[in-house]
Design a protein around this ligand. Structure first.
Ligand code: C2E
Ligand code: CA
Ligand code: CA
Length: 398
């Protein structure tokens, strides 16, 4: 949806600021705009509408009902599809309000510091689409073996990309390719709905090859525009049983003009240990060719440290189950700390998965974790959209 197609409500007590917001919105071509000078009047207007507005822009510091209380009512009564906080207050407080709104289950587009400018507003509103990517596509669906074969053969399955950024400075350093099935009816299906079936149908190899090839093609294209990102690709456990896999992956990557040293293959602990003897040979060969190897979902498997230390991993991904909410749950935090400690001792890079709040980001930064991936930065997005999303991304301030 383009910004001009959004319906927006402006809630702002200060007359000049409110007119300024309305003028900027008109400048962006937004036609469906309503306004209110204080929280209670805004709630009444919202309750009377048939369809909630896409975005409510709200000032926090208002006499009477303040923005924080207002957001609470909007969230509990489902009166808006998302909120955008506009305020002269400092970023730390804005971040707290964002977390509160998210905790109520309300989508938060972000916060904008006053004074409002056309650029700030356009950037903030364009997040509306970004956050839509992962909606509507979660319901389990019935898929037949024929359907999945055809989808793979007809190029309907391919990678979306989720960025990985450095925690010290917010710099984008990599992307993980995550499979999506774009169906002819326009629906996008997430991998948990079809990967198991692909594997049962004996299609794990062609699927992994295809993901690797297409992801490398995109990487090469971004490289040529000066956007340098390492590429992480998930590898099905069954492909590790094949002794020729290492040579094949090398051929695929090099054919796309990509150096294997810029590609990380992600494997789960359990997949490696299922047939350790054979997998170890393939993994050692992949390392020899320069590929990075990452332990995915670290902490959820049952491998012993002795087993892990035998595998030539270069990276450890802390599972999102331990990352999300770790700042307020001592047990999760302990797992995160222990993982970071182990990684340091084994000389592994660390990526924290599922970083969804500023508090998680802050804690990881304090603990010295290098890299973050998660909804706070961006969900997985279609390849065409990645450069724009990275250009708009700003590291949280605290
Ligand atoms: P994964 O490798 O652990 O990938 C991370 C998953 O977490 C992705 O789900 C991603 O969208 C989601 N995620 C990332 N950040 C956040 C966050 O902040 N909050 C929450 N709630 N979720 C977050 P997705 O794309 O649905 O993929 C699910 C799984 O499917 C992947 O888990 C991976 O195991 C598998 N998969 C995806 N693509 C491939 C592929 O090309 N090959 C293979 N073999 N497996 C794949
Ligand atoms: Ca992964
Ligand atoms: Ca994971």
């Amino acid at each position: 949806m383009s910004v001009s197609a959004l319906s927006v409500m402006v809630v702002e007590d200060h007359g000049f600021q409110r007119r300024m917001a309305l003028r900027l919105l008109a400048g962006l071509g937004v036609a469906d705009v309503t306004e209110a000078a204080e929280g209670r009047a805004a709630l009444t207007l919202l309750a009377e509408r048939g369809r909630p507005p896409d975005v409510v822009m709200v000032d926090l510091d208002m006499p009477g009902m303040d923005g924080i209380e207002f957001i609470g009512h909007v969230a509990q009564r489902g009166l808006a599809r998302s909120v955008l906080v506009v305020s002269a207050l400092d970023m730390a407080l804005l971040n707290t309000v964002q977390s509160m709104a998210r905790a109520y289950g309300l989508r938060v587009l972000g916060s904008v510091e006053k004074p409002l400018t056309a650029e700030k507003l356009a950037n903030a509103l364009s997040a509306y689409d970004t956050q839509e990517y992962d909606e509507d596509i979660d319901e389990p669906i019935e898929i037949s073996a024929t359907e999945i074969r055809e989808a793979l053969a007809h190029g309907q399955i391919g990678p979306w990309f989720q960025p990985q950024v450095e925690l010290v400075n917010g710099k984008p350093v990599g992307v993980e390719a995550l499979a999506r099935w774009r169906r002819p009816d326009g629906r996008v299906v997430r991998p948990q709905n079809f990967i198991g079936l692909l594997e049962r149908e004996g299609l794990a190899d062609p699927f992994t090859d295809l993901m690797l090839e297409q992801a490398c093609r995109w990487k090469r294209r971004w490289d040529q525009t000066g956007l340098h990102l390492t590429l992480s690709v998930n590898v099905s456990p069954t492909t590790l049983a094949d002794a020729t896999a290492a040579d094949r992956y090398q051929r695929i990557v090099i054919a796309q003009g990509v150096d294997p040293a810029e590609v990380v293959l992600e494997l789960t602990e359990s997949s490696v240990l299922a047939d350790a003897a054979r997998a170890l040979g393939v993994l050692a060969r992949l390392r020899l060719k320069g590929f990075g190897l990452s332990i995915d979902d670290f902490g959820t498997g049952y491998s012993s440290l002795a087993q892990l230390s035998q595998i030539p991993f270069t990276e450890l991904k802390i599972d999102q189950g331990f990352v999300a909410g770790a700042h307020e749950q001592p047990r999760k935090r302990a797992v995160v700390e222990a993982s970071l400690d182990l990684a340091r001792k084994l000389g592994l890079k660390v990526v924290a998965e599922g970083v969804a709040t500023v508090e998680d980001w802050q804690m990881l930064a304090q603990l010295g974790c290098a890299t973050a991936q998660g909804y706070l930065i961006a969900p997985p997005v279609p390849p065409e959209d990645l450069p724009g999303i990275l250009a708009r991304w700003r590291r949280p301030e605290f």
